[in-house]
Design a protein around this ligand. Structure first.
Ligand SMILES: Cc1cc2nc3c(=O)[nH]c(=O)nc-3n(C[C@H](O)[C@H](O)[C@H](O)COP(=O)(O)O)c2cc1C
Length: 195
């Protein structure tokens, strides 16, 4: 369990490739996560080298387009962070793109049933991603969980040629920093005991 407490989001990576068998171990951890109705609504696309560059070039185009023609109404306040995340993604040697195979586009309307299903599937994928981060940490890697792909949703789903929902990505590599633990809300603040 020490991985839970030692893991950090890593935003600086060494220029060292990641061994494929270790990527497979990380995906094996993801695959063993629990999922709602055991739907296992995930797919992982591992990008390195040219495939990663092409994906990130498309993400950059999407972020640029989002500045002048926003598809997400509140995106202006998140763009600077997205540009920063893109820079980190370029540095990491591996990018694992995360898809919800049961999900639909952000831009499609959803009724209450669909929303419930989407919440359950997103939670399931979150469990898989956390497993990935913890296994990666135990193997000596740094990771960054990324949702800022959302600013280029249309560009990236077109680029991947997928109807699945693009949930985000995980940057993976050997860490070139060792940040301190980020603050957490106290147990008292987040917990209630009722009897
Ligand atoms: C769903 C999710 C999406 C995130 N997206 C990003 C992102 O796009 N860019 C980024 O730099 N960090 C991102 N993070 C990392 C958080 O900023 C980080 O987990 C948080 O600040 C706590 O720091 P720690 O992971 O080192 O404990 C994301 C984390 C989660 C769980």
């Amino acid at each position: 369990m020490k991985e839970i407490f030692e893991r950090r989001s890593i935003r600086k990576y060494k220029d060292i490739p990641v061994e494929k068998e270790k990527v497979l171990k990380i995906l094996e951890a993801a695959r063993n996560a629990p999922s709602a109705k055991n739907r296992q609504p995930w797919k992982f696309i591992v990008l390195t080298d040219n495939a990663k560059r092409e994906f990130l070039d498309r993400m950059e185009q999407g972020i640029e387009r989002e500045k002048s023609a926003p598809a997400l109404p509140g995106s202006a306040k998140g763009i600077t962070d997205a540009v920063n995340t893109l820079r980190i993604m370029r540095q990491a040697p591996v990018l694992i793109v995360i898809l919800n195979t049961n999900g639909t586009s952000f831009f499609d309307p959803v009724d209450a049933d669909g929303r419930m299903t989407e919440i359950c599937d997103t939670l399931s994928i979150g469990a898989a991603v956390e497993n990935m981060l913890l296994e990666a940490h135990s193997l000596g890697f740094g990771t960054l969980w990324i949702a800022n792909t959302c600013y280029a949703y249309k560009e990236l789903t077109e680029h991947l040629d997928t109807d699945s929902q693009l949930v985000g990505a995980v940057a993976l590599g050997y860490a070139d920093e060792s940040p301190s633990a980020r603050p957490r809300r106290s147990l008292e603040e987040i917990t209630e005991f009722r009897s």
